[in-house]
Ligand binder design. Structure first.
Ligand SMILES: *[C@@H]1O[C@H](CO)[C@@H](O)[C@H](O)[C@H]1NC(C)=O
Ligand SMILES: *[C@@H]1O[C@H](CO)[C@@H](O)[C@H](O)[C@H]1NC(C)=O
Ligand SMILES: *[C@@H]1O[C@H](CO)[C@@H](O)[C@H](O)[C@H]1NC(C)=O
Ligand SMILES: *[C@@H]1O[C@H](CO)[C@@H](O)[C@H](O)[C@H]1NC(C)=O
Ligand SMILES: *[C@@H]1O[C@H](CO)[C@@H](O)[C@H](O)[C@H]1NC(C)=O
Length: 608
């Protein structure tokens, strides 16, 4: 009784004349969370639509404790001007708009005690010069050194509340600057903006993972915490939505805050391009078919919900002809049924694929035909009614299915002596629950017309995949650590099932020629694909073709260029193997991109 009374008295007590750095403290959460504070002094450094940002008149020398803070109240700034030194009372609060986000410390319910003086000089801290340098590899001490380690979501920042180490961890770095007015020198766009104009940048500080275009590519244990997103300008103007990876921007000054799952800088005014990147778009692949078994070209392209009525269908066809140079065989993903989003019993995509083939011919390409196994209605996930599936386009003048014998949606393919396939093409273990609401891989065996050496020596196998999506992931700046990698448990089993099927082919014939490609929805250094390689014995074609780690990307998401689309090949195909990613969509502005993925092209000797 007595102790709880004391506790109430203690919590009710007012802390007097704290500095802003004392209010922020050296951790994520304020030691004064929920308490009233009086006579807090600060200079107004910026004004936003819902409050003002103030900086301590007595900054401390501690890199962990921000000397600035956000004062949240729509009207509080009405009579204040940047440069005013003020004294205020208020209540320390930790705010977040979503339970998966990190809290932002702020002073709420402010009352102005006095304006002490006006016209004080306000100088932004130059990032990397007046602050420690942004860490380049790790996000949080709670990630165990690998932001993609499994299991996910072992700890929450809001519960563990770790002491900040801004020299080592990117989230700690930005947290240690919340509320602060900062300048980014020599900013460069690293991923194209979202629909709100939010634009990820880096400044003149050291970065890792930089690709030739100027973006930062995610690599093993390095997901680029040295980056920051530039959010909505404080003056109500709008950031451009047509910037590209690599565009150079004019210097940015703004305040550090946290919103929509990320630390961010709200610039005082809209960002502007100083020097636009050139060339705007990449060139075509250099890989062209020899039209013989010693130089067959393989394309892979996630064509993003393509159906007969898609506006982007002719553009996809043009990409295949112009940028991919009409590969001999194309692994396509996200092909919808013939009436696309119409949610009825139609599952066949034969009209979709025939329309695409016709559009390719119209664009000046060769004659293609196609092969698919239609899924069961509404069982493979994706956009409602679309029944997305993987499929093959191929040149019938050069390639054919070896003893064609297509399976049905629920027919489980098997490896028969030969090795050959029970169904050609056929799906892998379609009834397995790992494929619930997901695409089943399509396995096929092919022969080259006229160039084969007869028997199985002249054939090769392909496995076209589109593993489960990353939906439900939490942000790299989110509360859950390591961050939630949505669907990773499903992808792990999907990878194991697919790899075991391939292993059964290679167990019969270690020289069998196997090519797998598609949208794996995962990075090569995360467990599902690590196991995929280990079980199947296949080689990552990026490694075989010696593509630099930084140039391995087919997608952009938040701050990273990243690789979701891969090709893996069996050992007998390694010699002379070539591979290119064509960044036609990641380099394009948002409004003009045709698919959200880049296509890739490989050239392989399938008669070696
Ligand atoms: C904080 O101040 C408000 C308004 O002055 C008051 O209503 C509230 O009881 C105070 N809270 C504490 C914990 O002292
Ligand atoms: C706040 O400052 C005013 C004026 O300097 C002073 O009168 C008052 O006692 C201070 N309040 C607290 C709680 O320290
Ligand atoms: C601003 O100043 C005016 C005039 O002194 C006063 O009426 C008003 O309440 C002040 N507004 C705020 C939000 O302090
Ligand atoms: C698609 O399949 C249906 C049903 O088998 C058939 O009638 C139609 O001709 C096919 N269309 C094309 C373009 O192959
Ligand atoms: C992480 O786990 C917590 C429980 O510890 C849960 O409340 C939260 O929803 C999880 N986060 C995500 C993004 O799944």
């Amino acid at each position: 009784m007595a102790s709880s009374l004391l506790r109430i008295l203690f919590l009710g007590a007012v802390a007097s004349a704290l500095t802003i750095s004392e209010i922020n403290g050296p951790k994520y959460l304020s030691p004064y969370n929920g308490q009233n504070v009086t006579n807090v002094s600060g200079i107004v450094t910026a004004k936003g639509p819902s409050g003002v940002f103030i900086r301590s008149v007595k900054p401390d020398k501690d890199d962990r404790t921000s000397d600035s803070i956000y004062v949240f109240n729509r009207n509080f700034g009405a009579n204040l001007t940047v440069g005013d030194e003020i004294v205020l009372n208020g209540k320390v609060e930790e705010f977040r708009s979503n339970k998966d986000y990190v809290y932002l410390t702020e002073i709420a319910s402010p009352e102005l005690v006095e304006i002490v003086s006006s016209g004080n000089k306000v100088k932004a801290l130059v990032i990397g010069k007046d602050t420690v340098k942004p860490p380049t590899e790790q996000y949080s001490s709670l990630d165990g050194g690998d932001v993609f380690a499994l299991p996910n979501n072992e700890t929450l920042v809001s519960v563990a509340n770790p002491t900040l180490n801004p020299k080592k961890f990117g989230m700690d770095f930005w947290e240690s600057l919340t509320g602060e007015l900062v300048t980014v020198r020599k900013p460069r766009v690293i991923t194209k903006p979202n629909n709100f104009g939010d634009t990820w940048v880096v400044g003149d500080w050291k970065v890792t993972g930089e690709n030739k275009r100027g973006g930062l590519t995610m690599t093993d244990k390095d997901a680029n915490p040295e980056t920051i997103v530039i959010g909505s300008p404080l003056d109500g103007s709008n950031n451009p939505k047509d910037t590209r990876i690599g565009d150079e921007l004019s210097e940015i000054t703004g305040v550090v805050t946290y919103a929509f799952g990320f630390y961010r800088i709200l610039p005082t005014t809209a960002i502007t391009v100083k020097k636009a990147i050139e060339p705007k778009l990449p060139g075509a692949t250099s890989l062209v078919s020899s039209e013989k078994c010693d130089g067959i070209t393989f394309g892979a392209y996630n064509v993003e919900n393509l159906w007969v009525g898609s506006k982007h269908l002719p553009d996809i066809a043009a990409h295949i002809v112009t940028y991919m140079k009409s590969p001999d065989l194309i692994f396509v993903q996200e092909v919808q049924d013939n009436n696309g989003p119409t949610n009825d019993a139609v599952v066949s995509a034969n009209e979709t694929l025939a329309t695409l083939a016709a559009a390719i011919a119209t664009a000046g390409g060769p004659e293609y035909t196609f092969s698919e196994v239609a899924p069961s209605d509404d069982k493979d996930g994706g956009a409602p009614g679309g029944n997305i599936r993987v499929a093959y386009l191929y040149k019938p003048s050069l390639i054919r299915l070896y003893k064609s014998n297509p399976g049905m949606a629920m027919d489980a393919n098997e490896v028969l002596p030969g090795p050959t396939l029970k169904y050609n093409p056929g799906r892998i273990d379609p009834a397995n629950e790992a494929w619930t609401s997901s695409r089943k891989p399509l396995v096929a065996q092919w022969e080259i017309i006229g160039n084969g050496k007869g028997g199985n020596k002249g054939t090769f196998f392909t496995v076209n995949v589109h593993f489960g999506s990353k939906g439900g992931s939490s942000s790299l700046h989110g509360d859950a650590r390591p961050p939630v990698n949505g669907g990773v448990e499903d992808r792990l089993v999907q990878a194991q099932l697919t790899a075991n099927f391939i292993k059964a082919i290679l167990d019969q014939d270690r020289n069998a020629k196997v090519i797998t490609a598609g949208d794996f929805n995962e990075f090569s250094f995360v467990e599902p694909l690590e196991q995929y390689v280990k079980i199947s014995g296949l080689k990552d074609l990026d490694q075989v073709a010696k593509i630099k780690d930084e140039e391995r990307y087919t997608y952009q998401f938040d701050m990273n260029t990243q690789q979701l689309d891969h090709m893996y090949i069996s050992k007998s195909l390694e010699k002379k193997a070539k591979y290119e990613h064509i960044h036609i969509n990641t380099w394009e502005i948002g409004a003009a991109q045709i698919s959200d993925h880049d296509p890739s092209v490989a050239k392989l000797d399938v008669c070696a």
